[in-house]
Ligand binder design. Structure first.
Ligand SMILES: [Zn+2]
Length: 412
């Protein structure tokens, strides 16, 4: 390994060993106090490499500045500190496999688990690379600690070598991205950049500027409650109405398990209650506004139809906007995307832009006026025990950041 890959691997493994899982059910900000352990470490590390304006905000985001060495736009770089709530993240033991040989990877803490190129085809592109995985019982958390390691490593490089020309750089490490609460309303003002990038993408070469547009929906059903022994002609059971609604929704299309590519979905996430009242929750996703509106219309039409069969019940459907496809804003000014695409070619990689079937911190930030495409980190098989990342891909992501800054500073 080189000094660069050693530094990147050491940073990644140091950050991954700290549990920073977020929790959607917690009302606090950040949602879990453990995220502040990493935040405080990042503050120390930013100070020790000589970054300026290092701050931990009261909304749990770490901010810092790398002062300019040349004229140029102010560019932000973001990565999120939390890991996904979907899988065990306590006791992560990252380990480094040097010079991957193309075979199956086994796990010290879980003999039944193997990572093979069959299950994860990108592995075959990483022959000879140094691979970081967890130990078999937890996720790794390369999502998004690979992004943090890439940004901090590159910041240290820039501060050590003032001959590299770049404009002012702002860094932000956010909590709670995985639960959709990463971007506080104060962040755009505190960041003060012309535009920004998240390092939160996957395979080397990915430059993403499209995310889902997303709404949440809640259906509330009030039935008529009465003792079942005297219920004849009086009771209206909310559970039965809930079942009718679910049965009337599309079952062969528009489900997450039946869609991919550019197709959206209606996903039932939760159903709670009893015979007197029920609450049903959904998430609606589509890449286009029209498609998202259509899914809302379907949900409302089904509620109206079931309501019409039982006027004594009350059925309400509330749809709440969550985030919007960042393309709507970026296509008005594609410079941030074009700069990243050109920088990617500068480092000898073919840029690939695939629409993200989800959102990023950049979706909200873009909507709030800070254009923010997403760049690759190398992370793979995220949110589960097979998560892995190539240290050489992280090095290329650091090269991308340097190439991008060089290009931005060279532009008039
Ligand atoms: Zn992520």
């Amino acid at each position: 390994m080189t000094t660069r890959t050693e530094d990147l691997a050491a940073r990644l493994m140091r950050y991954c060993a700290i549990d920073t899982q977020s929790d959607a059910d917690s009302p606090s900000q950040p949602s879990t106090a453990i995220q502040l352990t990493l935040a405080r470490l990042l503050v120390q590390e930013l100070e020790s490499i000589g970054a300026s304006d290092v701050t931990l905000t009261d909304y749990g985001t770490v901010l810092a500045t790398i002062p300019a060495t040349a004229e140029g736009p102010t560019i932000g770089f973001l990565a999120h500190m939390d890991t996904a709530p979907q899988f065990n993240a306590t006791g992560v033991k990252p380990r480094l496999i040097k010079g991957y040989n193309g075979g199956a990877i086994t796990y010290p803490d879980n003999p039944t688990l193997t990572l093979t190129p069959d299950a994860s085809p990108n592995l075959l592109k990483k022959l000879g690379h140094d691979i970081v995985t967890a130990s078999g019982t937890t996720l790794l958390g390369a999502d998004d600690k690979a992004g943090i390691a890439i940004i901090l490593h590159t910041a240290a490089t820039l501060l050590k070598d003032p001959t590299i020309p770049h404009g002012p750089i702002r860094l932000a490490f956010t909590p709670d991205e995985e639960i959709g609460r990463g971007v506080d309303k104060r962040l755009p003002e505190d960041l003060k950049v012309d535009w920004a990038y998240t390092f939160d993408g996957g395979e080397a070469g990915e430059i993403e500027y499209e995310t889902f547009s997303a709404d949440g929906a809640e259906i509330r059903i009030e039935g008529v409650s009465i003792h079942p022994g005297w219920a004849k002609g009086k009771m209206v059971n909310a559970i039965h109405l809930a079942a009718k609604i679910i049965a009337a929704l599309p079952q062969q299309t528009m489900l997450p398990e039946l869609t991919d590519g550019r197709d959206g979905f209606i996903h039932a996430t939760e159903m709670t209650g009893g015979s007197s009242a029920m609450t049903l929750r959904f998430i609606l996703r589509d890449f286009e506004r029209e498609g998202l509106e259509e899914k809302g219309r379907i949900l409302r039409a089904v509620c109206d139809a079931v309501q019409a069969t039982e006027p004594r019940a009350t059925i309400t459907c509330t749809i709440t906007p969550q985030y919007r496809n960042m393309r709507y804003w970026l296509e008005k000014d594609m410079r941030p995307v074009e700069l990243a695409t050109q920088a990617c070619r500068d480092i000898g990689l073919d840029p690939v832009s695939v629409p993200i079937r989800g959102g990023t911190d950049g979706s909200r930030l873009t909507e709030m006026g800070v254009p923010c495409p997403n760049l690759f980190t190398g992370m793979q098989e995220i949110h589960g025990p097979l998560e892995w990342v190539s240290v050489q891909d992280m090095e290329r992501a650091s090269d991308l950041m340097l190439a991008l800054l060089r290009r931005a500073a060279a532009q008039p």
